[in-house]
Design a binder for this molecule. Structure first.
Ligand code: AMP
Ligand code: ZN
Length: 137
C-alpha cells in the first residue's frame, strides 16, 4: 500500500534519501529534516495510511513497539532529559504529511523550542457531562 505522491512512501521505497535510524519489515524510523531538537525522529508504518484511525490493529502494535524502542535508544544514546511523543491527525491538528506518523522529540530541562504544557482551565460539571453524553450515546 503506497501512494505515489506521498513523501514518506518515497522514503519507504528508497526514492528519496533519508537518515534511517531503525527499520523492520513493517515500520521505519528516520530523522526529521526540520528537527525541533537534536535526534527528532519520525516513525511510520511502511504502508500508507492517512491517520491513526485508519491503522489496522496489527500495524498499531508493531508501530508502537518501534516508537518505544527508538525512544529508548534516543533517551540512552543521546543522554537527553526526556522526550515527547507527538502525533498530529488531520489538518486542524497540524498534520502536513498525510501518511500517519509519530514524532519522537528529545527534550532537555529548560529547552524553549517545543512546549508541551497542557493549559489548565477547569471545565464545569455540565460541560464534562455534555461531552460524555456525545461520546457514549
Ligand atoms: P506533521 O505532518 O506536521 O506532523 O509533520 C511532518 C514532519 O515531517 C515535519 O516535521 C517535517 O519536517 C518532516 N518531513 C517532511 N519531509 C521530510 C523528509 N523528506 N524527511 C524527513 N522528514 C520530513
Ligand atoms: Zn505514504
Amino acid at each position: 500500500m503506497s501512494d505515489e505522491n506521498c513523501i514518506f512512501c518515497k522514503i519507504v521505497n528508497d526514492e528519496i534519501p533519508s537518515k534511517i535510524v531503525f527499520e523492520n519489515s513493517t515500520t521505519i524510523a528516520f530523522l526529521d529534516i526540520h528537527p525541533i531538537s537534536e535526534g527528532h525522529t519520525i516513525v511510520i508504518p511502511k504502508n500508507h495510511y492517512k491517520t491513526l484511525e485508519n491503522l489496522p490493529d496489527n500495524e498499531i502494535n508493531t508501530l508502537f513497539q518501534t516508537v518505544r524502542d527508538v525512544a529508548s535508544l534516543i533517551y540512552k544514546r543521546l543522554q537527553v532529559g526526556g522526550y515527547n511523543i507527538v502525533q498530529n491527525n488531520h489538518e486542524a491538528a497540524g498534520q502536513v504529511v498525510n501518511h500517519a506518523h509519530i514524532h519522537i522529540i528529545p527534550r532537555n530541562k529548560g529547552d524553549q523550542r517545543f512546549k508541551a504544557k497542557i493549559p489548565k482551565s477547569q471545565a464545569s460539571e455540565e460541560e464534562l457531562n455534555n461531552v460524555l453524553e456525545k461520546l457514549k450515546s
